[in-house]
Ligand binder design. Structure first.
Ligand SMILES: NC(=O)C1=CN([C@@H]2O[C@H](COP(=O)(O)OP(=O)(O)OC[C@H]3O[C@@H](n4cnc5c(N)ncnc54)[C@H](OP(=O)(O)O)[C@@H]3O)[C@@H](O)[C@H]2O)C=CC1
Ligand SMILES: O=C(O)C1=N[C@H](C(=O)O)C[C@H](O)C1
Length: 235
């Protein structure tokens, strides 16, 4: 498969190694200053760029009939427009806030726990995410997906908020930035008598990168807007 990497930073470079090890060719490596390139050289594009760049990259792919996998976080105000364009062009598109197998299992565990806690008002949920100091967005896309998983499955919550919550129905998410941490997410249920925590700790970026390449392999030849649950057949 010929792959275009839209964003050749920490993730783009990790994805390149995994893509080559799986027999693919990386035909384009695009960064900020690379404005003039032919995306149709690729069978599929993988976008791990910047919140400000992702929507333009995705639009360019869909307008040129190149299926696109995006892992960039912090651009979701434009997600519905990307979905509409994908449908109009009969293209292929997958966004995931987290492509690792472990986090996608963790997302399902979080939803199940949220359902179990729905009638147990003595527990209050909070979330914490820890990432490296270069991360541009907060809270992380993964923390937002976890919060949405609780909101959709637990009657006690209807929104989330970064830092302190001003309302008992809004899940507080604390975002910490510590040198070199690839990504740690914790969901905590606290009562007067005990605590229940579930946690996912990424040891490096390889799980994210492998998931993105697997998603790209799966997407080629398909039309529609998909999620990692479709790729992994879970959920
Ligand atoms: N969904 C998931 O599983 C994961 C998602 N992420 C997300 O992926 C994104 C990238 O993360 P990471 O690799 O760590 O970030 P980096 O900052 O290391 O890489 C981003 C790259 O994008 C480049 N870039 C800037 N503008 C454009 C543009 N218009 N088109 C293409 N590339 C551009 C930057 O180039 P330059 O340096 O020249 O500006 C940089 O090389 C983030 O949003 C992060 O949250 C990260 C890990 C996993
Ligand atoms: O920026 C990162 O590094 C990561 N971003 C994603 C997010 O915002 O959830 C996924 C992962 O946690 C690493």
């Amino acid at each position: 498969m010929k792959i275009a990497l839209l964003g050749y930073g920490r993730m783009g470079q990790t994805i390149e190694k995994i893509a080559i090890s799986r027999g693919h060719d990386v035909v384009l490596k695009i960064d900020k200053d690379d404005n003039d390139y032919d995306i149709t050289l690729a069978d599929v594009a993988i976008d791990f760029s910047l919140p400000s760049a992702a929507f333009g990259n995705i639009t360019n792919c869909l307008n040129n009939n190149v299926p696109v996998v995006s892992g960039t976080t912090g651009w979701l105000d434009n997600y519905d427009k990307a979905v509409a364009l994908c449908k109009e062009k009969n293209g292929g598109f997958i966004y995931a806030s987290n492509f690792s197998l472990g986090v996608n299992i963790f997302f399902e565990l979080n939803k199940t726990l949220a359902k179990m806690m729905s009638n147990l008002n003595q527990y209050n949920v909070t979330m914490e995410e820890i990432h490296h100091t270069k991360k541009l967005d907060a809270p992380s896309g993964t923390a937002i997906t976890l919060a949405e998983g609780v909101i959709d499955n637990n009657n006690n919550y209807d929104d989330w908020k970064l830092d302190e919550s001003d309302k008992s129905t809004r899940i507080p998410i604390v975002a910490k930035r510590i040198e070199d941490v690839p990504g740690t997410h914790t969901v905590n249920y606290e009562s007067e008598v005990d605590s229940i925590n579930i946690e996912h700790v990424a040891h490096n970026r390889q799980g994210f990168a492998l998931g993105a390449v697997v998603a790209a392999e799966w997407l080629v030849g398909k039309a529609g807007v998909f999620s990692m649950n479709d790729v992994l057949n879970i959920g």
